[in-house]
Design a protein around this ligand. Sequence first.
Ligand SMILES: [Zn+2]
Length: 930
Amino acid sequence: MDSKYNPVSIEQKWQKTWAEQNQDQTPTNNNQPKFYALSMFPYPSGNLHMGHVRNYTITDVIARLKRMQGYRVLHPMGWDAFGLPAENAAIDRGIPPAKWTLQNIAQMKEQLRRLGFSIDWDKEVATCTPEYYRWTQWIFLQFFQAGLAYQKESAVNWDPIDQTVLANEQVDGEGRSWRSGAKVERKLLRQWFFKITDYAEQLLNDLDKLPGWPERVRTMQANWIGKSVGAYLEFPIVGMDKKIGVFTTRPDTVYGVSYVVLAPEHPLTEQVTTPEQQATVENFIKEVAAESELERTAEDKPKRGVPTGGKAINPFNNKEVPIWIADYVLYEYGTGAVMGVPAHDVRDFQFAKQYDLPIKTVIVADDSDNDDDEMSEAYTDVGIMVNSGPFNGEKSTFAKKEIIQLAEDEGYGEGRIQYRLRDWLISRQRYWGAPIPIIHCPKCGAVPVPDADLPVKLPESVEFSGRGPSPLAKLEDWVNVPCPSCGTPAKRETDTMDTFIDSSWYYLRYPDATNEQQVFDSEMVNDWLPVDQYVGGIEHAILHLLYSRFFTKVLRDRGLCNFDEPFQRLLTQGMVQGITYKNPVTGKYIPFADVNPEEPKDPKTGDKLEVFFEKMSKSKYNGVDPLEVMAKYGADTARMFILFKAPPEKDLEWDDADVQGQFRFLNRVWSLVTQFSTNNSFSELKAKTNGITQADLKDLGWSRYLITEITKNISAFKLKNVVKVYAAADVKVAIEAKLNHSETQQETKDDLHKGLSWIEGRFGEELTKAEKDVRRAVHTAIKEVTEDLDGDYQFNTAVSEMMKLSNALSDASCKDSVIYAEGLETLLLLLTPFAPHLTEELWQIAGNLGSVHTHPWPKFDPEALVVDEITLVIQIKGKTRGTIQVPAKADKETLEKLARESDVAQRNLAGKDIKKVIVVPGKLVNFVVG
Ligand SMILES: [Zn+2]
């Protein structure tokens, strides 16, 4: 036996063995409760970083724990493999996107294997393979048939570097592309959309069904959906037979409208503009077109606008108001027009002040009527109506309903609910994505590619220039096809789908990942879903999670699954931060390898460096390579550190000293178990006790069932001494469960009762105090670790508990006892999900036959926590004179007796007259003397 802990060779050995034994395969039976543990799948960039390691370690611990707790577990992994980087690699280096992507996948898969993740690789999916995107296309056609996929001309975000359209969500707060960083422009194009707005209300309401999600994520989703309740009102245009429709949440302020604003892109803009204003309006439209949506609506930016010269009529009071256009009104949002009520809206107030538009108060606070005063800011609260015709004097909250009623009666408008959420733009003018399976026929319009012709494969001989339209649009042979419906020469759609579509359904494919006949078997998916625990980054709080929820609801409505929400519980893990050195003078980041941490200076300029923790990234030279850490300390230490250093949802600061600390802890566990095993020769013991036990049981006439049950529940450690309390507990539990089972035959029951009395007769031996102390430490650890993991996965405190237990075992004075063996075994079992390789190796060294990973999670015995003795304080006239140890359950009388007899009392009471004795059970005895 190797006496030194050698993580790398142990890890390689077990990874190989587990793979040969298919240990991570998903069970196919369904007589156990299911648990679906899912990590957000990675983009195959080629290299695993610490963020990945953290994400997948968390999920792996959960998966391994749940297996030990008796669940059948699905723990799959795949690749979010379409997207721009592969295409950029093709442009930069001439490598075909498919080749680049598959190479990266192979590399990352090997890295994941080395971390010892219990992933069922038979379930692997890669979204870029025809076997997968065939079904992405099929799902697109489901949306198309349901009227949820449609085309429209739209002002889109145009990335001038990548030459492609971006979704709003892919543009950052400064109006730049999320990938290229280019300043995004606006451009009109015909695009495919998914009608997510049809599901806005459900997506909002069903957030209530997700108590297992972080509150923060649910709030972000609710804000993104942005429900507002109000009214749609129409303002007739002077001199035209047309009306401007606006949405307002404050119809109670309609008498205060002093202008109406159209989005510059609104089709009515051109029609209402007077000849005098034409040049001004056209110039303004050009200026606004260069701005991104985020710039236009930024709260801290002054709003700009110009009058069109046109006028509209407020139908409530028949007053004419000017029509303006302004940058802050977006055509894609709401009706593309708003009513301006400067007295009661902050933005309108600023706009009116800036352009000298009238400000008319129509609501005042209850205690004031001085509505003629010059206002210094908008009054946005509710109050009493003034200057509002028939509604004067009413409460505004009440008038709001009456005004909507009036609008409906008179045909001015109606009550309406509006959402901030807009339809999802899914077209991409790119090659490396799933082609949209539509053929455009001059006679029939947009015709779906028949199911039998799916997948529409990506052609392979493609030139990547990085300029102009999608590479697909240049392939004549691929584009020109007959219409599947009428045979007329037609053209393929050349847009591919947003990669967010690929990731909106991958979790539905895993349970049935290799199905070639269907997108998935509904029965299998209904069995495994919803995902019990989803783990991933907070950056996906809105889009990926919202889209996945949307897909689930649509597929449910198509009869493909029977649940409303895909992810029962969500854990958003924090970032992994590295120590970062920055030169404050040059603004440059300095690699930590070049810096003396004692005295951080720029090696080139000598400037003193700023030192702080920040998310690991290549550009900041602060990353730690997981492979290097694994080579030095092993995967188990890397896992332990990541779990120990911070609660999973908090950011984690990489610290080499703490990595070493965890390495030392695993070494300590290694020596504890190997030393014990050397002294106790486990394998011999096991062979011997196995025989004795089984023979014993047979002598008692026990059934083969019972013998199997018992030996299954007794491991090598326990076999050392079956006649002690501890081993009995597990066997008793098994027998009692069988006794209570309704289908158990009377004959078997008699047998079981016989077994129980046998156990009770033989297992009653008293433990020594040292044994009781160890047993208390062991069962406290089981209780604490289980609670830490069953609640919110507080891995860090769970590791602390295990460290405490290892200390208690180190210090134990009963190292030849079965109770000590129980302690070691329990420590290994608790540690198993965290350090899977080390524990497996030690489990075998201890003489066990099966894998530690198939052993049940330890159960805690409340009786083990009971304390036998307590410390009693002895007082004389209220002053503490000493303490004695007494039985915890002793009554008042006994306590007084023990106190009187104690040395402390004898010494202090000699020759004194005891007037009164005060006994406080559990605490003290006070002698009042004269
Ligand atoms: Zn046709």
